[in-house]
Design a protein around this ligand. Structure first.
Ligand SMILES: Nc1ncnc2c1ncn2[C@@H]1O[C@H](COP(=O)(O)OP(=O)(O)OP(=O)(O)O)[C@@H](O)[C@H]1O
Length: 439
């Protein structure tokens, strides 16, 4: 393996034998697999390639059962692969299942020594790190109580404290941080940042898209044990949302949309929007050519107009200004009760705001969707945001009896720059200060 990687895995796969009855397992023990099989094979993970360099944080996302924990356990060495190759360099610390590696009958302090010894530390090294570990865990006198008396939050505090203080080359964190409270999570992420800066490679499984976007250099999306996508956290998280809330592109059949008798226009198209085809977005100054677009195209968002402070397609919008976004939607097929949505994200992909016509019903909109109609919708919102680059995603979808059917999703398709904010942070909470000292 090239010394440049902490983790290098190729064509990794894990297959389980699934027996429909316990007796089949016994019978299989008596006969050769080649002559008779009492089990079916289940590939929990297959075809996974992964490389992580020192100082990189790689996120892993996917639905329940997609193979995330299996992957991390293979990397941590607690499972052996059925096929493929893994190389991991150096000390591997892992926060896998809650408290795994802890003996419930031992005190927290004894478990610290046990855990750190398993990670290869000598007693005197543990002695020298003990204060830092106890300070990080911050569980007070509980440290001398048996672990079985701990709350799940305390277990994870102690486990993280040990794993993060032993200066691992690779730290694997499997969703464990979700258990801690918000303050502890913030402390953990600050520690992860320190470790990353000092060269630790980190693998992070999280269901929180914001955590993946904020903390990872790259992300892997798993689905059904397969690697669906590897790429920039923002793109991977967008796909992940589609996997979670949408349907696959191939599955989005027109059958999901039924007939409606009539549709009508929601607002007049008294704008510069061009009718018809899809060239509208591309021609606009605020268009982001790196948008990610997909959907079955039963309806399409074909053009937009963005204006603020009397200017169309502004290069910069003053913080606090009301922006007006007009979207032109063309219905190529009948769509029953269409849902129009808008999301505003930071350049890092953190969602600042999102809403849709289900949250905020728009009179007349639900009845639109007649084949061949073109409808303009005007959306107004106050850009009470800090200075920076923001990306607006727009989408049109509808529901069938099982799920949401995405017709046209245009992620990060409109770029807005906000400037001249008189505050720091992310959003303007409208601070007012008055001198309250005078009677
Ligand atoms: N010992 C086992 N025998 C058979 N199947 C297993 C075994 N362990 C895991 N699986 C299956 O492998 C698949 C992947 O499981 P895994 O725990 O890796 O998913 P996950 O993405 O971590 O899910 P979650 O988000 O729910 O933790 C699941 O379908 C699971 O049922």
């Amino acid at each position: 393996m090239s010394g440049e990687y902490i983790v290098s895995a190729e064509a990794l796969g894990k297959c389980y034998r699934v027996y429909s009855k316990p007796v089949h397992r016994l019978l299989q023990g008596l006969v050769d697999v080649e002559s008779k099989r009492y089990f079916t094979e289940f590939w929990a993970l297959r075809g996974i390639d992964l490389q992580v360099r020192p100082g990189e944080t790689v996120g892993v996302v996917g639905r329940n059962g997609s193979g995330k924990s299996t992957l991390l356990q293979l990397l941590a060495g607690t499972l052996t692969p059925t096929e493929g190759r893994i190389d991991v360099q150096g000390r591997v610390a892992a926060l896998l299942e809650l408290g795994s590696g802890f003996n419930p009958e031992f005190s927290g302090r004894e478990n610290v020594y046990l855990n750190a010894a398993v990670l290869g530390l000598e007693r005197r090294e543990i002695d020298s790190k003990l204060d830092a570990i106890l300070a990080f865990a911050d569980i007070g006198a509980f440290i001398d109580q048996p672990i079985r008396n701990y709350s799940s939050g305390m277990v994870v505090r102690l486990a993280f404290a040990v794993q993060a203080q032993v200066d691992p080359q690779l730290l694997i964190v499997d969703e464990a941080l979700a258990v801690g409270d918000a303050k502890f999570q913030a402390k953990c992420f600050a520690r992860l940042k320190q470790l990353k800066d000092s060269g630790t490679a980190i693998l992070l499984v999280s269901h929180s898209a914001d955590q993946i976007v904020q903390h990872c250099d790259r992300a892997h999306l798993l689905d059904g044990g397969r690697q669906m996508l590897v790429g920039k956290p923002k793109d991977v998280v967008n796909h992940y949302y589609d996997v979670l809330f949408g349907v696959d592109k191939e599955e989005a059949e027109p059958s999901a949309v039924a007939e409606v008798a009539q549709s009508h226009e929601v607002s007049d198209a008294r704008s510069t929007l061009i009718p018809g085809d899809d060239a509208g977005f591309e021609a606009r100054a605020n268009y982001n050519p790196n948008e990610f677009r997909w959907g079955d195209k039963a309806a399409r968002i074909v053009d937009f107009e963005l204006s603020a402070a009397g200017r169309s397609y502004p290069t910069m919008v003053e913080s606090g200004t009301t922006a007006m976004l007009t979207l032109r939607v063309a219905f190529d097929r009948e769509v029953v009760r269409p849902i129009l949505g808008v999301t505003v994200k930071t350049a890092e992909g953190v969602v600042v705001y999102g809403s849709n016509t289900e949250y905020k019903p728009l009179p007349g909109w639900a009845q639109s969707g007649t084949r061949g109609s073109v409808v303009d919708v005007r959306i107004c919102f106050d850009l009470r945001l800090a200075d920076g680059d923001y990306f607006i995603s727009v989408g049109i979808a509808s529901r069938n009896e099982h799920s949401v059917v995405p017709h046209d999703r245009r992620y990060d398709s409109i770029h807005v720059k906000v400037g001249n904010a008189d505050f720091f942070g992310m959003a303007d909470l409208g601070l007012a200060m008055v001198d309250a000292s005078s009677p």
